[in-house]
Design a protein around this ligand. Sequence first.
Ligand code: DOR
Ligand code: ZN
Length: 436
Amino acid sequence: MKRLLKGGRVVDPASGIDGRHDVLIDGDRIVRVGPDLPADGAEVVEIPASLVVCPGFIDMHVHLREPGQEHKETVATGAAAAVAGGFTAVACMPNTSPVNDNANVTAFILAKAAEAGLARVYPIGAVSRGSKGELLADIAELKQAGCVAITDDGHPVATALLMRRAMEYAGMFGMPLIEHCEDPTLKGDAVAHEGYHAAALGLRGMPGAAEALGVERGVLLSELTGSAFHVAHMSARVSLRAVRKGKEAGVRVTCEVAPHHFTLTDESLASPIPYDTNVKMNPPLREVADRDAMLAGLADGSVDAIATDHAPHHYDEKKVEFDRAPFGIVGLETAVSLALDRLVHTGLVRLPRLVELLSVNPARILRVAGGTLAAGAPADITIVAPDLKVRIEAAALRSRSKNTPFDGWELRGGVAATLVGGRTVFVNPAIGLKRL
Ligand code: DOR
Ligand code: ZN
């Protein structure tokens, strides 16, 4: 079955394309991209000129909670949230219960993803057994089962020696080590960013230096082992400095920033709702200079990817004292609107660069398919409506959890449709896209 997406602005930085083009799809693959392609028996789908056709967005950092915490999210509900948010693929963290530290858990997640049939799901395996930081997980087994990276996310890898060994193994299999950068001794039992607002509210704070120490360690070990090191959810300006320094020295370091870290600051601890547990995440919302540094890094190329750290938690678990609430917010269904509104419409980032951050670079870092609309690539496509007026409503999210600080936000830009392997898996009812 052939389909021709006719019209629309096609942005495919990997092929150097940015302009009015058509996209010809045959089954699950892209056949051709070019101006005014002939229909040639293909079913023609008209794409309005106001929409932008992009290679599918890939969220390289999500928590899907299955197995073990299905009251927060399942692979199926997470995949539904992903495609509604414009993501054709997600990479899921191993901090499930049991932890994804062996082939059985990986196979289980992949089976659930196939059953859901929505977004592609790439499992990420644990660095250590049970993510306990003692014994290495069987990294070859995880690779064989389909994991694309390793991490002990939620926590940093316990020791430098363990990280060194993990990098040596992961490197042999071409997998990056993704690190939750944090020095636990400096973080202590803090629950917020160390600064004015935490002090005023009586919350224990952690400084950006706690994160940067983890970045520095990883950069040094990446240099030592020659293996790829990826900084998860970077939030502090001192961390960005360490990443830049590593890159300048030729170290294989990459990093991602989450939408909440380029939109919000620690001022949200105080207002509009003081002690709102929907602004509690780890790493925490930082001060203005940190937020501005993340924006600068997104604009100048030193940040590689936008990833959500989608961390669903049940209402009952979040509806407690700030101190006792779990860290994390959902992000899959708000990321694209936040990025368009705060990065593109502010003039900070152009659309091709946004596509690099959301598609090209995540595919490159994880070495997975996608990131391009070139002939032969899987027909994973995100169609964006840059000028759509969007109002975020927590209650309407597809995710099983609604823990977002963006409830009620009005933003410019949204997702029009999502195609995975040539199949339409999401169409935004707010846009009358016919026959997609
Ligand atoms: O906010 C967070 N939530 N940070 C993490 O590192 C873990 C995550 C979770 O699993 O909830
Ligand atoms: Zn983390």
